[in-house]
Design a protein around this ligand. Structure first.
Ligand SMILES: [Ca+2]
Ligand SMILES: [Ca+2]
Ligand SMILES: [Ca+2]
Ligand SMILES: [Ca+2]
Length: 497
């Protein structure tokens, strides 16, 4: 009795009720009479002083705002700057990732550019592509730009070691393949640095382009890159993808040794994890009660859409994260479903009863039966599943070795105006940022903000040993336009140091 009581008490500090973040508004675009568009946020240490900085920019059709760098006051102390430095301009960007691409010791970034005003309105630019921008290291702007390659509607990208471990590679993940055709096929490419190095000038042919896949994916919305193949003896980066097809692992197997291969594309392979939200599959008719897990639930024995070819709209997953515990690097997967959807589910590992699958194996995404646990619908009454979950990130905020996760809610009102169906009842607290933690096996949550959050960046901004958070609001012209987008820093006040 005493032991069990102590166990409960010892969990106390980890409960969301004990979670505390100090909130600092870094950028109030409306208050400061700045243009409102806002979309992406990253937390690279731009000036290499040991303190992560904040970089933000709007997406989709915006050329005149540019990439905005907010310098962390760091050791100097004092407030964050009132205005950003513009480090690159003339872009219409979407996604970016930071790495030391030229190997000179400071962080550079690669970015998908030339994205259209709004893919629903068919305004995609034909000249979408991927550029990278070299950190000059001396604070000067604009940063030199180099051409990597590209295709229409480049929407997400990752920088890593996907097929080898000598030279950084970039993988590009468009959202569509044709103007005004959300379900068109598109090509995923791997870009490899040419022998002469990564600094391929604008106007050159860019990096070496290799086709990864052009038939299996539609509407890729989010990617989580990790070294998922260590259980197979491979130190390569691979991708957990949220797309129309659900949640899946895309990986390169140089020796063709990995045995769990439902979909094989040469040395590239797709390992489906879940088909995602299927209640609204193939259309927008009212098919169920959104206040609970009504309608068809996940059946691990369902044939995967990848085996069946293109699928209808309003299925799959929009965002996912891969969370760790002290005993499993890849323990559970929270997912926002379907595309731009409002439903939060969590995939957990369960014992497999069959003879061919040993069961709940830690530290791998293979060899696992995933149990789909419905958690909640953030907008009640929508019959197409569209809604506000725009980003999900796993991180350990209390330093106990187990990840918690964050859900960014971009907002539903404007989304409803632009998307396919009338809105239902919007949960009153939405939009915002929600913190989720497991305590005694139960998932608990706490709202950290009610300001629109398009994207999340996690970093230890004050270098006190506790992970902090930064978000920026969602204001994409012609799509969802939050009326009051802010960039907010949440400084961790509760973790064990
Ligand atoms: Ca810094
Ligand atoms: Ca560099
Ligand atoms: Ca934790
Ligand atoms: Ca911190």
């Amino acid at each position: 009795m005493i032991a069990s009581l102590l166990a409960v008490i010892s969990f106390g500090p980890n409960l969301p009720s004990g979670v505390a973040f100090e909130t600092t508004v870094i950028d109030d675009r409306k208050l400061n009479n700045r243009t409102l568009p806002s979309y992406w946020i990253s937390a690279p240490d731009v000036n290499a002083d040991g303190y992560p900085d904040i970089v933000t920019y709007p997406c989709c059709g915006w050329y005149d705002i540019g990439v905005e760098y907010w310098e962390n006051p760091g050791l100097k102390g004092g407030a964050w700057p009132k205005a950003p430095q513009i480090i690159a301009k003339g872009l219409s960007p979407v996604a970016s990732q930071w790495e030391d691409i030229d190997g000179d010791g400071d962080l550079d970034f690669a970015m998908a550019v030339g994205y259209g005003d709004n893919f629903v309105n068919g305004l995609l630019k034909e000249d979408g592509g991927i550029m990278w921008y070299a950190n000059p290291g001396d604070g000067s702007t604009p940063w030199p730009a180099y051409y990597i390659g590209g295709d229409i509607a480049e929407h997400r990208l990752e920088i890593g070691f996907f097929t080898q471990t000598e030279k950084l590679e970039i993988i590009s993940l468009p959202i569509t393949g044709a103007n005004n055709a959300a379900m068109s096929d598109f090509a995923i490419y791997l870009y490899s640095q040419p022998d002469e190095g990564p600094a391929t000038p604008v106007g050159s042919s860019g990096w070496k382009k290799t086709l990864v896949d052009s038939t299996h994916y539609h509407l890729i919305h989010s990617v989580t890159m990790k070294k998922y193949l260590t259980s197979e003896g491979l130190e390569l980066d691979s991708l957990v993808i949220s797309s129309q097809e659900g949640v899946s692992l895309l990986y390169y197997d140089p020796n063709d040794n990995v045995s769990y291969v439902p979909v094989e594309i040469g040395r590239w392979n797709i390992h489906p994890i879940s088909v995602g939200e299927m209640r609204f599959f193939r259309g927008f008719t009212a098919t169920g009660n959104l206040t609970g897990p009504a309608g068809p639930t996940y059946d691990p024995n369902l044939p995967t859409p990848m085996a069946e070819g293109p699928v209808g709209i309003s299925g799959g997953s929009s965002n996912s994260g891969v969370c760790k515990t002290t005993s499993d690097k890849f323990s559970f997967i929270p997912s926002g479903e379907p595309m731009h959807g409002n439903t939060l589910v969590v995939y957990t590992k369960e014992e497999h009863k069959g003879a061919t699958c040993p069961g709940n194996v830690p530290n791998t995404l293979f060899n696992t039966n995933w149990r789909r646990e419905w958690k909640e619908d953030y907008i009640k009454g929508r019959d197409d599943g569209a809604g506000g979950i725009h980003h999900i990130v796993c991180a350990d905020f209390d330093n106990d070795g187990n990840d918690e996760f964050l859900v960014a809610l971009s907002g539903a009102g404007g989304e409803c105006e632009a998307a396919y169906a009338e809105c239902g009842d919007v949960i009153p607290e939405s939009p915002g940022l929600v913190y989720y933690a497991y305590a005694n096996g139960e998932l608990e949550k706490k709202w950290l903000s009610h300001s629109s959050a398009a994207r999340i960046a996690v970093a230890d901004f004050d270098q006190d040993g506790c992970m902090d958070i930064a978000t920026t609001g969602y204001h994409a012209v012609g799509y969802y336009e939050d009326p009051d987008p802010k960039t907010i820093l949440f400084t961790n006040q509760f973790c064990k140091k």
